[in-house]
Design a protein around this ligand. Structure first.
Ligand code: GLV
Length: 326
């Protein structure tokens, strides 16, 4: 008998086909998000779960699904999953590293360029029909080229951002929980600095570290005060690494110049004060959202899930200890 799996959100047909080759698939191509209770009900008797960052796989859910063997997240971040609770129950958890690095780095750059050159602000102005003619001092922005880029979180995506910065002749500094290997620093042409030095020196501070209890509100009022008043903050990682209320205050009072945000605390219900601000560029968690990348992410998750349910080690296993529990 084929193992049963639930796919919680709409995905591309090719990844459903990969799953269907090995599993009985309960899909959700209608894409109506499940409540925790509905998800637990769907998972009755299922061995596999392919889910998105919008699904909370917590201890309460895990306690209700005794047959579950593997959870394949369609994301590189997996803060929506209680990994220790899965490990304790021998449930393998996988993510989708690598396939989204370049698209996410592109979006971080798009936010840098859009905030620096006020792209969304001027676009709104021109659409309102308010443009009456060219002026020398009109809509002055700041340069991205030759500026200092401070990357917090020098993993694969941070490195992809640094690579792009070279094309803009930027000076790159970075901070990471642990300093990266000298060959990575050399390739990224990035200098390791303390968090305080990065905040004090960077013209653009880009956040690319994973979200965890340790990185919750890593950027709050105190850190924003350490940034230059001319600096721009980019959050292309996860809501919650920034204290949004503190950021709104900093943007209102000119503590920093601007912010470009792909992610928010309590998204999709973002703090309404953001909508009143002109010096913030807001996009709805689209960092990896190109067709090729989202397709690759869903396919990676499907292959991880199939491998786990076939008893093979999934390529992107985040909790190897789970295999020892079984
Ligand atoms: C997207 O936010 C991801 O973690 O893949």
């Amino acid at each position: 008998m084929k193992p049963k799996v639930v796919v919680t959100r709409e995905v591309f047909d090719d990844s459903i086909a990969v799953l269907a080759g090995h599993c009985e698939v309960i899909d959700n191509q209608a894409d109506v998000p499940y409540t925790p209770d509905a998800l637990a009900t769907k998972l009755a008797g299922c061995e596999g779960l392919m889910c998105a960052l919008t699904d909370k796989v917590d201890a309460a859910l895990i306690a209700r699904v005794p047959h579950l063997k593997a959870v394949a997240n369609i994301a590189v971040g997996y803060n929506n999953i209680d990994v220790p609770a899965c490990t304790a129950r021998g449930i393998q958890v996988t993510n989708t590293p690598g396939v989204l690095d370049d698209s996410t780095a592109d979006l971080a750059f798009a936010l840098m360029l859009a905030t620096a050159r006020r792209v969304t602000e001027v676009e709104a102005y021109i659409r309102k029909g308010e443009w009456t003619g060219w002026k020398l001092k009109q809509w002055l922005g700041v340069d991205v080229h030759h500026a200092t880029l401070g990357i917090i979180g020098m993993g694969r995506i941070g490195q992809a951002i640094a690579k792009r910065a070279a094309g803009f002749d930027m000076k790159v500094i970075y901070h990471n929980r642990t300093r990266v290997a000298p060959e990575i620093e050399a390739r990224a042409n990035a200098a390791y600095v303390s968090m305080d030095a990065l905040l004090a020196q960077a013209d653009f501070v880009v956040l690319q570290m994973p979200y965890s209890p340790e990185t919750h509100h890593l950027i709050g009022a105190a850190q924003l005060k350490k940034m230059k008043p001319s600096a721009i903050l980019i959050n292309s990682t996860r809501g919650g690494v920034v204290d949004d209320a503190a950021l709104i205050d900093a943007l209102k009072h000119g503590t920093i110049r601007a912010a470009g945000l792909d992610v928010f605390e309590n998204e999709p219900k973002l703090n309404p004060a953001f909508l009143e601000l002109k010096n913030v560029v807001l996009v709805p968690h689209i960092g990896s959202s190109t067709e090729a990348t989202r397709r690759a992410m869903a396919m990676t998750a499907a292959k991880n899930l199939v491998a786990a349910l076939r008893g093979e080690r999934p390529p992107n296993l985040v909790n190897p200890a789970a295999r020892e529990q079984r």
